[in-house]
Design a protein around this ligand. Structure first.
Ligand code: ADP
Length: 306
């Protein structure tokens, strides 16, 4: 029996130490999750320091942009207290379906599959009052039990801040490609986004880059740019903290309009300046190596780390 198989069987670890029941259960969970996501090439977590900076809008449009480039994309909304992705994609009220193998994500299009707690709540006004273990278990279900199949990218829209949900998803995934951190240019947003970057570093999650959203507004009447929320703060902060800067997305009234009417902006305005800004933002994602990453941690024994 190979070392790896011995460890997977949960009976003995490669160094012949017996595993406790909890260690065996934990190892089985991790292997089941990794097995379920074995067809997913890249896992990207979208984070923000604060709410309302446009994180879900960016996550939705990144997933839509990737799918429009012919990539197979999945989008997980783990914003348990404020799931907005079903509304942003016009999928509200869609019932979740199951198959013999497990839960199926909702198809927005041939190339874009979505899951959200919003599909589980009975009405949009239902409030979720859950403690951390329940949230962790829902996130684990989205990753372990939803049949994602073959995907080029799995984009995870995390709630704002550095609380239970982002921590759960990072711990469960183990091998995410990294985080995209969304901010707006004001100092109050930047203070929180610095914490989000420090959080990523503390949990060893690579940072793909920072996006400065709502950066400047081009007046449709006079063509002048007005920096309503300032501009350039996110870029400066990324430089100071030594993380890549992915680009600026301007304030665009059509983003609000399309988001409210359930259509990803990029699908409807693909030739606009804002779409060009999104193209720049997803360039590093398209450049990620196509080789599948597997977590080395899962292959080692959790007790002796061999
Ligand atoms: P978060 O996920 O950070 O809480 P949302 O994505 O829900 O933020 O966005 C909050 C609001 O801001 C939404 O109404 C959305 O349409 C709007 N919004 C996001 N980005 C932009 C932008 N670049 N220009 C204009 N409105 C935007």
């Amino acid at each position: 029996m190979s070392k790896e198989n011995e460890c997977k069987s949960g009976e003995v670890c490669p160094s012949k130490k017996t595993l406790s029941r909890e260690e065996i259960e934990d190892l089985k969970e991790r292997l089941a999750l990794q097995d379920n996501l074995s067809g997913v090439k890249h896992k990207i977590i979208v984070l923000s320091g604060k709410g309302g900076v446009g994180k879900s809008t960016i996550a939705t449009n990144i997933a839509a942009a990737l799918s429009m480039k012919g990539k197979k994309a999945g989008l997980i909304d783990i914003d348990i207290h404020g799931p907005s992705i079903p509304k942003m994609l016009g999928l509200e009220g869609r019932p979740l379906r199951g198959s013999e193998e497990g839960m199926l994500p909702i198809d927005y299009s041939d190339n874009l599959k979505v899951i959200s707690i919003g599909f589980i709540l009975r009405t949009q006004n239902d409030a979720v009052i859950w403690r951390a273990p329940l949230k962790h278990s829902l996130i684990r279900q989205f990753l372990r039990d939803v049949r994602w199949g073959e995907l080029d990218y799995l984009v995870i829209d995390s709630p704002p801040g550095t609380g239970d949900e982002p921590l759960s998803v990072i711990q469960l995934l183990e091998d995410a490609d990294g985080a995209i951190v969304v901010t707006t240019p004001q100092d109050v947003a930047l203070a929180d986004v610095r914490k989000a970057i420090t959080f990523c570093r503390q949990v060893n999650l690579p940072i793909i880059g920072v996006i400065e959203n709502m950066s400047g507004f081009v007046c449709p009447y006079c063509g002048k740019t007005v920096d309503i929320f300032k501009s350039g703060g996110g870029q400066k902060m990324a430089l100071e903290m030594g993380v890549p800067f992915l680009g600026k997305i301007p304030i665009e009234p059509k983003i609000v309009e399309t988001g409210d009417s359930g259509k990803p902006y990029l699908q409807y305005y693909h030739d606009s300046e804002t779409s060009k800004a999104f193209d720049l933002v997803i360039t590093p994602l398209l450049a990620l190596s196509d080789e599948r990453k597997y977590s080395e941690n899962v292959k080692t024994c959790m007790r002796c780390k061999e």
